[in-house]
Design a protein around this ligand. Structure first.
Ligand code: MEV
Length: 416
């Protein structure tokens, strides 16, 4: 994708779809899936969860203007909250003037934990480390796919925990899961090696499970926002003050990070990720130093432009799980055009930074309600039945009157 799209939000659904189809090479069937209800049928839902009675759909939108590591992206977002997609697109539009987002990430190592109790932790640790080659070999025998790709279990480490029930040994498996999120393979390997670890240590294995605190799958990156586009030096300074507030106060940091997650989870939803895992890891990371703080940092460069930085764990996959099953997740992956989990992590990280920029820029200048109310008014005008070319005049009138309601939207519609 190499073209800049302007005023995507003003286009009709058909025009938007035409653009997405042209740029991303969607097939006729994929376009039809997008145009129809787009989700999964009941049969599929019934296979995915227990006691299913139906399905439940959310809006899917496209964030435009994203340039990440010099590549252009159309970013699909699934979210019910107004303003988020517009905010992301706006942030990306400003960031691209200074080259866009520069992101990088770690290797895709997932962490599996085996909890060993009723053992002498010191000597058990020594024995586990001496036998680590054998444990790794056994772990790798549980996944032909990863082994064939040169991936799989790579390292073993041990840690001692002091608990109210006494000391316990936690054996951790580091597994290169490649482009998968890797929860299943990690759990399989943990369960697979637990009996051997019990035998080696003489202890008892209780839990054998992936850790969602994926600190060996970090994503990080930065973007520069031109001070004039941000709104001038005063707003740049206010944004830095807003960041310092979040950095120092957990009550503000939670809301600050919630704004970041608005972007992150919307892309994660669209691409079929385990959003709970991403959330849980992000918040643990935000509290890594014993006090909950901001996942981003904001400062000024020597020219007074605003510079943002984000870092958080990002465990995502482009193969396996729901991505292989959900027709919309597949189409969204195609629209996004990422070729690896690591690239997807970079896009999601950039989206978090973009979202945070727009939120604190709005808060540090005019506040967020103005934009929100405009979008709310648009939704109400549409819900009242206004045709696309009529929405704007109804919105303007409701804003002018300070009366933004479905009843007023209906009255205005009927009075024309
Ligand atoms: C609303 O969903 C998100 C914000 O509250 C984030 C923030 O306060 O930074 C606007």
């Amino acid at each position: 994708m190499t073209e800049k799209i302007s005023r995507f939000f003003e286009k009709s659904r058909k025009e938007r779809l035409d653009i997405v189809e042209r740029i991303t090479g969607l097939t006729k069937e994929e376009r039809q899936t997008l145009e129809s209800l787009g989700g999964i049928g009941f049969e599929q839902a019934d296979k995915m969860v227990e006691n299913a009675i139906g399905t439940f759909s959310f809006p899917l939108g496209i964030a435009t203007n994203f340039v990440i590591n010099k590549k252009e992206y159309l970013v699909p977002m699934v979210i019910e909250e107004p303003s988020v997609i517009a905010a992301a697109s706006k942030a990306a539009k400003i960031a691209r003037l200074c080259g866009g987002f520069s992101m990088n990430n770690d290797e895709s190592y997932s962490i599996g934990q085996i909890q060993i109790v009723e053992t002498d932790v010191e000597s058990a640790t020594k024995k586990v480390m001496e036998t680590s080659a054998q444990i790794l070999e056994l772990a790798n025998s549980k996944s032909n796919t990863l082994s064939k790709m040169g991936k799989g279990a790579k390292e073993i480490s041990c840690k001692k925990l002091e608990t109210p029930s006494g000391k316990m040994l936690i054996v951790e498996l580091l597994i290169d899961v490649g482009d998968a999120m890797g929860a299943n393979v990690t759990n399989t390997m943990c369960e697979g090696v637990a009996p051997l670890i019990e035998q080696i240590t003489g202890g008892r294995a209780v839990l054998k499970i992936l850790s969602n605190y994926s600190t060996r799958r970090m994503v990080r990156g930065t973007a520069t926002f031109d001070k004039n586009e941000v709104g001038g030096e005063k707003i740049v300074d206010n944004i830095i003050l807003a960041y310092e507030f979040a950095a120092s106060d957990p009550y503000r940091a939670v809301t600050h990070n919630k704004g970041i997650m608005n972007g992150i989870i919307a892309v994660a939803n669209a691409t079929g990720q385990d959003t709970r895992a991403i959330e849980a890891a992000a918040h643990a990371y935000a509290a890594r130093n014993g006090k909950y703080t901001s996942l981003t940092k904001w400062s000024k460069d020597k020219d007074g432009n605003l510079v943002g930085f984000i870092e958080l764990p990002m465990s995502v996959g482009t193969v396996g799980g729901i991505i292989n099953v959900h027709p919309m997740a597949k189409i969204c992956a195609k629209i996004l055009g990422v070729s690896s989990a690591s690239e997807l992590a970079c896009v999601i990280g950039a989206m978090g930074l973009a979202q945070n920029f727009s939120a604190i820029r709005a808060l540090a200048s005019e506040g967020i309600q103005k934009g929100h109310m405009r979008l709310h008014a648009r939704n109400l005008a549409a819900a009242a039945g206004a045709a696309p070319d009529h929405i704007d005049s109804i919105v303007e009138q409701m804003i002018k009157e300070g009366n933004i309601s479905i009843n007023r939207a209906k009255e205005l519609l009927n009075s024309d």
